[in-house]
Design a protein around this ligand. Structure first.
Ligand SMILES: *Cc1c(COP(=O)(O)O)cnc(C)c1O
Length: 396
């Protein structure tokens, strides 16, 4: 019982089993450690799971976003509207290509982009003469954005629509449409960092139904080069590789792809387990006046990447720092997802700044209140009960 009580619980953790180890080991004994056939098998498996026509595996989720921004042709003078409550990479991908990130407010119940605020931001930018090129929605915590509404705005204003689905592999919208299927977003990006739904250590993917974007993303991940008689103009022979644009080495290895394939076979099991644990949290906090939980839209399949509670710290007895410290002493490591992007020094300076910063009251309120509790598939019900008891006790 003592040992159990001291087990440290972080907000997320990977789950590697014997099948994963065997798959990686098989690649290590083979001919291809990278640029081999396992990559294509992983990409095919991602297509099967998401319904995407094309999948391009790459070195991480940030690379996937960078390549997406480049493949869409975003550049200097372009403005991209997105939530401020997201990981830095969602905005940084715009800066990598010289475009500006502009933030729109979120909905207080789902923590995802508020489509009405996105449209307001697009109109305000247009009215000031700024060129708006795209929207990046983030399925924060694994809850799908209101994709039909975002698609409608993207169509009416001729914008590219990108889904940063780093939290949402395996999620479905209320219409039953799978995240990554390409029904709404032009491009969906994934991350396989160890805290995410499945892991390859580092890893990411670009999903799209548009062949032109898939081809360009694949090329950009491999130095901007094309090869083969049909691709290369004035082909000189099998050695002839032509670099047609400036690209990167953003490739995934075969070892990682092998891990991705076996992990992906367990995606549903992982998510079912996350659901069971999240429901247990929901029930435990249902009658707690100090804790507010997320209110998902009915009918969605939440991926439950994060379990976030909201606590009104400004009128409570403890501060968030105190709560973090007290829980840390009990072996429970809380987190905040996320500190709004525009509060970072870089984004406050002129080299990073959005041209038209907006007041974001819901985002700031969310940031003041949010706390991420541990949630990962190998947690037990007893772990959840321990987190609940500790948090409730430390809040008072
Ligand atoms: C994890 C994450 C990324 C970046 O993924 P990496 O694989 O760590 O580069 C991008 N966006 C969001 C919302 C994320 O959570």
């Amino acid at each position: 019982m003592k040992a159990e009580a001291m087990k440290t619980l972080a907000y997320g953790r990977h789950w590697i089993d014997e099948r994963d180890r065997a798959a990686v080991d098989a690649v290590l004994s083979g001919d291809w450690l990278t640029q081999g056939p396992t990559i294509g098998r992983f990409e095919h498996a991602l297509q099967e799971v998401t319904g995407a026509t094309h999948a391009v595996a790459c070195s991480n989720g940030t690379a996937a976003l960078h390549v997406t921004a480049a493949a869409l042709g975003w550049g200097p003078g372009d403005h991209i509207v997105m939530p401020a409550i997201t990981f830095l990479a969602s905005a940084n991908c715009c800066r990598y290509v010289g475009a500006h990130a502009v933030f729109a407010d979120i909905q207080p119940e789902t923590f995802t982009l508020n489509p009405a605020q996105v449209e307001r931001q697009v109109q305000a930018l247009r009215a000031s003469g700024a060129r708006v090129r795209g929207i990046i929605g983030v399925d924060l915590t694994g809850h799908p954005c209101d994709w039909p509404a975002l698609r409608d705005i993207a169509d009416r204003y001729s914008l590219d629509l990108v889904d940063d689905a780093a939290h949402a592999l395996g999620a479905r919208g209320p219409d039953g449409i799978t995240i990554g299927s390409g029904v709404f977003a032009d491009v969906t990006t994934l991350s396989f960092h160890p805290v995410k739904a499945i892991t390859t250590g580092e890893g990411g993917a670009i999903l799209t139904n548009r062949e032109d974007l898939a081809d360009r993303a694949r090329r950009l991940c491999s130095h901007g080069t094309v090869r083969g008689e049909t691709q290369v103009p004035d082909w000189e022979g099998p050695w002839h590789v032509d670099m047609v644009e400036l690209g990167f080495n953003y490739r995934l290895t075969d070892m990682q792809a092998a891990l991705g394939i076996t992990q992906l076979t367990r995606l549903d099991t992982f998510i079912d387990q996350r659901h069971a644990l999240a429901e247990r949290y929901d029930r435990a906090f249902a009658d707690d006046p100090l804790v507010r939980v997320q209110h998902p839209v009915p009918g969605i399949r939440h991926a439950h990447h994060l379990y976030v509670i909201r606590v009104p710290f400004d009128n409570g007895a403890v501060s968030r720092r105190e709560l973090f410290e007290r829980c840390r002493k009990q072996g429970i490591l809380l987190q905040v997802h996320y500190r709004p992007v525009m509060l970072n020094s870089y984004y406050a300076r002129s080299d990073g700044k959005a041209s038209h910063p907006e007041a974001l009251p819901e985002s700031l309120r969310y940031y003041a209140e949010c706390v991420t509790l541990p949630l990962f598939p190998q947690m037990t019900e007893a772990d959840v009960d321990r987190v609940v008891a500790t948090v409730r006790e430390c809040l008072r």
